[in-house]
Ligand binder design. Structure first.
Ligand SMILES: [Zn+2]
Length: 153
């Protein structure tokens, strides 16, 4: 088991919850990486950070956190959600600037489905979407913090 910094980009990993080791998602297929630019100025926007010794700490709010853009909730093997206590707007920019910045409103924090700990990432909805449509898990965009899981190969 490794932290992100110790992984080999060519290898396939199972990403596990750093608290209970439940499987969260597979590292394959590769996913585009986004950062929040600028990070929301809120203590609430702070994610689990796995240290090199596989300890767990909270990310410093001034550190840019990188996220995998996960296409669908069905890509996860296990994921839980919790609601944010207030409205958080977030601008997500791709690391490789070939696609556009996404202007989003955070709708859920992602937690481990088994132990409920987190947050490991978030789910968000596009601004100016049709509000007459019911908001469901399938209409959200998912972001998993790249350093919130343990990499198991
Ligand atoms: Zn867990």
């Amino acid at each position: 088991m490794s932290s992100l910094a110790q992984t080999d980009k060519q290898s396939k990993y199972t990403l596990r919850c750093p608290f209970c080791r439940s499987k969260v998602i597979s590292s394959q297929p590769p996913r585009p990486i986004y950062t929040a630019q600028p990070p929301p100025d809120r203590a609430e926007f702070s994610f689990v950070n796995v240290t090199e010794s596989l300890g767990v700490e909270s990310s410093a709010p001034d550190q840019p956190v990188q996220f995998y853009l996960v296409g669908s909730m069905w890509d996860f093997d296990n994921i839980g959600v919790s609601r944010p206590s207030s409205t958080i707007n977030v601008e997500m920019s791709p690391i490789e600037p070939e696609t556009q910045t996404l202007s989003l409103e955070l709708a859920r924090f992602l937690t481990c489905a088994d132990c409920d700990k987190g947050p490991l990432g978030f789910a968000a909805q596009q601004h100016n979407t049709d509000t007459t449509q019911p908001q469901t898990g399938e209409t959200l965009t998912y972001f998993l913090a790249t350093n919130s899981c343990i990499y198991d190969n």
